[in-house]
Design a protein around this ligand. Structure first.
Ligand SMILES: C[S@@+](CC[C@H](N)C(=O)[O-])C[C@H]1O[C@@H](n2cnc3c(N)ncnc32)[C@H](O)[C@@H]1O
Length: 239
């Protein structure tokens, strides 16, 4: 199968993607994202978990530390990311299988249903992100939860040009999409309104607390999601 430009980009960053999370401010942001995921994971049986777009394994690592998962599965369209994670988690038997799969165009290589599915910072690379949401709602058990992210079309301007094509949406479009795909929104929130670059350069305690204070003020003025950069959404199947 021919690889698109974005897929090729991800093949090249398997060993450097961890660096994206290096600064102290990024680590604080990561904690907030993982807390959001875990708060919904803990409401499900959490036995069978699927992580879509495993990257360098940030989310799987969280599942191994914070959940009582019996079996964890993962996919990524970049073979280098898959190999990186297979190697990273080779000693943990709960990580059952990590496979190469382009979720935008290929069938998931696992047959069972999942109590919990995550696709964090992944769907934005896919023009058919709305259909993907529908496909994966169908892979949830009755009480299962799917947590994913999408960039907000109405966020503050970004300062850097993305290296790949990025799709974004609005809160209204998200709500409409989830309804159309036979899902029900449990929660939509967001953790940042300021551009990434501020998080990259904030690498000491003073800058981090100033940045987080500023985010708090913006959140108090504008609310949780208005002008935010990335929506975090948890959904369940509409029964
Ligand atoms: C920004 S990284 C996020 C990694 C991880 N989810 C995290 O939050 O740390 C995006 C990952 O999604 C993968 N990806 C993007 N589109 C995909 C697709 N259609 N199918 C499978 N993987 C995809 C990329 O290869 C990359 O590893």
């Amino acid at each position: 199968m021919q690889k698109n430009r974005d897929q090729k980009h991800w093949e090249t960053v398997a060993h450097s993607y961890n660096a994206f999370w290096r600064s102290k401010a990024k680590q604080e942001l990561s904690k907030k994202e993982l807390n959001f995921i875990n708060s919904f994971l803990n409401k499900t049986k959490g036995r069978y978990i699927l992580d879509i777009g495993v990257g360098s394994g940030r989310i799987i690592d969280n599942y191994l530390k914070e959940s009582s998962a019996k079996e964890i599965y993962g996919v990524d369209w970049a073979k280098s990311m898959v190999e990186f994670c297979r190697n990273r988690f080779k000693n943990d038997r709960r990580v059952r299988s990590i496979k190469v799969c382009n979720i935008s165009s290929e069938k998931l290589p696992f047959n069972q249903k999942f109590d919990f599915i995550s696709a964090i910072r992944v769907l934005k690379y896919n023009s058919n992100w709305q259909a993907i949401i529908g496909n994966y709602i169908n892979k949830l058990t009755d009480n299962g939860v799917f947590v994913f992210t999408m960039p907000n079309k109405n966020s503050f301007l970004r300062f850097t040009k993305p290296e790949t094509s990025i799709y974004s949406t609005t809160r209204t479009e998200l709500e409409r999409t989830v309804r159309k795909q036979k899902g029900e929104i449990i929660k939509i929130t967001s953790f940042m309104k300021l551009p990434d670059v501020f998080y990259d350069i904030s690498d000491n305690s003073f800058y981090v607390s100033t940045l987080l204070q500023f985010e708090k003020i913006l959140r108090n003025i504008f609310g949780e999601t208005f002008l935010s950069r990335i929506f975090f959404i948890s959904i369940k199947p509409r029964l």
